[in-house]
Design a protein around this ligand. Structure first.
Ligand SMILES: Cc1cc2nc3c(=O)[nH]c(=O)nc-3n(C[C@H](O)[C@H](O)[C@H](O)COP(=O)(O)O)c2cc1C
Length: 372
């Protein structure tokens, strides 16, 4: 089996679970769910349409593991058993196709608006925080940290009970896990701050705790960003972090590149983040990589960089059947802007369509709907 064919199946090593092809719908917040954290029929429809479109893996939007970890309105949660029945509806819908389904677990930390949670945003340290009424975050106590680990674990157990094939921990994009990893957001001098090992401790303990508490067949992975200057995440640290993640014997690492073709000069050569990781480590878990993939040729190029699975975001919003075209070397679907009619037909509700207006040039500016 050639490694660079996006249509080929993929087998997760530890569990033997088979993915029908190399395409992954990356997590995308879409704000379509209810205030009580119960996933809505609209959000289920949006995901199910992409499963029908042939994605190997469907990843949900970031879903909050505790009430206080909520970062946006319309986010579905996995913090209460009352949320399980509708999650079961989602997973059985997806499993009526050949796709696998992962939930992306997260806590927004400093990015959780106090006006949404009624709590001072929690972070590794007390620092300036726009989302807080006082202008400052609350420094997590040891008890807070243990509760966060427990919340992630209980959320993963709920996902397993709800029929998900696995979970992706959101360690990317500047939310709580990456706030602990970042040198500018984590100013602690105890076991949870300072060295990279200490800054990664919360991520490591969350993974260990989840592994102990879910069935062996349940897939576990983590999404990371190569670098985030604003919070002090540096690429050299991220490369070292892979060593710690490797030791956890997880099933996948998801590299959130934003552009998989951007290069970095580390180890004295220019290489993409995917190449840096796959060429410098052996016996890695499955590598998913995501960012700026649009055509079949892009997907092949990414597999040639060493990724096992190709993540896509925006192209799948407008083209739910994207994976079904991967046999065609000339497949290069239409780029933005898209009309509201097109997005509605692609099973986005009006709230999601209006949210996509924040993504420069994605929606043609003629409004079908009045503001919410
Ligand atoms: C509307 C939207 C919402 C997103 N929400 C999330 C999210 O909840 N979690 C996450 O890890 N990434 C999120 N992302 C990032 C995507 O997963 C993906 O990495 C990014 O869009 C780059 O891939 P693309 O160029 O194929 O769109 C979001 C992206 C978009 C466009």
């Amino acid at each position: 089996m050639s490694k660079n064919n996006p249509e080929d199946p993929f087998v997760f090593k530890r569990t033997g679970k088979v993915v029908q092809n190399r395409s992954v719908l990356a997590a995308m917040t879409n704000k379509q769910s209810h205030d009580n954290g119960i996933i809505s029929n609209d959000e289920i429809k949006w995901l199910a349409e992409r499963a029908k479109g042939g994605f190997g893996i469907i990843t949900t939007a970031a879903t909050n593991v505790s009430k206080e970890g909520k970062a946006w309105e319309g986010e579905f949660g996995v913090y209460s058993d009352s949320q399980i029945p509708k999650l079961k509806k989602l997973t059985s819908n997806i499993h009526s196709t050949k796709s696998l389904i992962f939930a992306q677990l997260f806590h927004g930390g400093l990015k959780c608006p106090q006006k949404l949670t009624n709590k001072t945003p929690l972070g590794p340290s007390k620092i300036k925080c726009n989302e807080s009424d006082s202008g400052y975050s609350k420094k997590a106590s040891k008890e807070d940290i243990l509760k966060i680990i427990k919340d992630f674990t209980n959320a993963a157990i709920r996902c397993s009970k709800s029929g998900f094939d696995g979970i992706e921990l959101h360690g990317a994009h500047g939310y709580l896990i990456s706030q602990f990893l970042g040198k500018k957001t984590n100013l602690r001098t105890d076991n949870w701050g300072g060295s990279l090992e200490n800054r990664a401790r919360i991520l490591i303990q969350i993974c260990e705790s989840i592994k102990k508490n879910v069935p062996k067949s349940f897939l576990i992975g983590v999404r990371i960003s190569p670098e985030i200057n604003s919070i002090g995440i540096e690429i050299q640290d991220t490369i070292k972090l892979i060593e710690y993640i490797k030791k956890l014997n997880l099933d996948f690492i998801h590299l959130s590149c934003w552009n998989v073709f951007s290069t970095y000069k580390v180890f004295k050569v220019n290489a993409t983040f995917t190449e840096i990781i796959t060429q410098n480590y052996e016996n890695l878990p499955a590598i998913i990589s995501t960012g700026a993939i649009w055509s079949q040729k892009d997907a092949k190029k990414l597999l040639n960089q060493g990724a096992d699975l190709v993540g896509v975001g925006r192209v799948a919003i407008a083209h739910p059947n994207w994976p079904k075209n991967l046999h065609d070397i000339n497949y290069n679907p239409k780029k933005p802007p898209f009309t509201e009619q097109h997005l509605k037909k692609s099973k986005l509700n009006k709230i999601f369509i209006n949210y996509m207006r924040n993504w420069d040039g994605f929606v043609i500016n003629k409004k079908l709907y009045n503001k919410e």
